[in-house]
Ligand binder design. Sequence first.
Ligand code: IMP
Length: 430
Amino acid sequence: MANVAVVGAQWGDEGKGKIVDWLSSRADVVVRFQGGHNAGHTLVINGVEYKLSLLPSGVVRASKLSVIGNGVVFDPWAFLREVEAIRAKGVTVTPENLIVAENVALILPIHSAVDKAREEARGASKIGTTGRGIGPAYEDKVARRAIRLCDLTDEAALADKVEQLLFHHNAVLRGLGSPEVTAAELLEPLKEIAPKILPFAGVVWKTLDEMRRAGKRILFEGAQGAMLDVDHGTYPYVTSSNTVAGNAATGSGMGPRAVGYVLGICKAYTTRVGSGPFPTEDLTEVGELIGQRGREFGTVTGRKRRCGWFDAVLVRQAIKTGGIDGIALTKLDVLDGLDAIKVCIGYRLDGKEIDHLPANAAEQARVEPIYETFEGWGESTQGARTWAELPAQAVKYVRHIEELIQAPVALLSTSPERDDTILMHDPFAD
Ligand code: IMP
């Protein structure tokens, strides 16, 4: 029986929520392994709406174990707010069904302040971050000065760590001519929140090992998408973690064989929030129409998403760099009724044809998409639950995408409703 990792195969917002919810109803454990409360999705279960950012999707189902792995950056205040919000909807959340890795690095208030200040200083070249302090928290982690959850157990040692952290940050703040932060400003809120969050701290790698050996099904829930990966994405317009499934193991304390099947989620078109290259972006009324029909506004920041055509080159690259076994294709119905549908099948860079997105940022910004134009379908695909219900031309579109991206479509989602899904391959069955 396979453990499954679900990851985004574009720039995030691929519609992971619905698929993760469906899979988490069949898993025993759901693990977040990277990112933080920059992610966001809405789950609707039995008519009740839950907005999740940092918590794993399994948390709304009390019988599942939810795990926040060491690869996440963890904002304790955001965590408690989210726990309270879902408790208010009648969901039971306790340290028995929600564990946070004791070695997780914390996001502190100083991180979001730095994140926002830096974005402002970058002006036109801003990354368009969520302002949640994700990047600065990961920087502190790799610079070995992060405060980790386990550090909250020892107040004396914590004071030393805060001094070291501020030694760096205050030097930067002084350089920018900004007011410095005192140790007490960081320490007092941490001391206050420690007793509220420490009960959730656990030895995640050990728990997951036990669950795995007991034959439990583990679902690794990725956030963001392959093109926002800090190594494989459109650097520097990326998030600060590895979003690919390879990080599911490291980010939760398991070995590389922990993941049996990698399901990549992508939309039948492309969107992106924030700045950075987007070869198939459509700035005409068609892009606008796709955005309206697809309700393309960010869950976390409410920002309008940039919209464009399906980019097979980019998704194929995500499949290769992320070891994706199969795709869940979402929002096909948004293309219903379009006369012509464009699909990017290659790029032209300085007059030469290329079959991948180059790593250099200036080149990424210069590539021009080579399109194939596909005849659309007049009928609705919305709510289809079998292949037979799909218009022939829509089936052709899906089959063609499979060929271009060199991976099978395992699942096809035809509306936000949970049951409006066509299942070709059960990811847990491998
Ligand atoms: P950060 O993760 O807040 O540092 O933002 C870096 C980039 O990742 C920005 O372009 C964000 O818009 C993007 N990003 C972060 N989280 C998400 C997400 O969950 N969906 C889509 N884009 C995201």
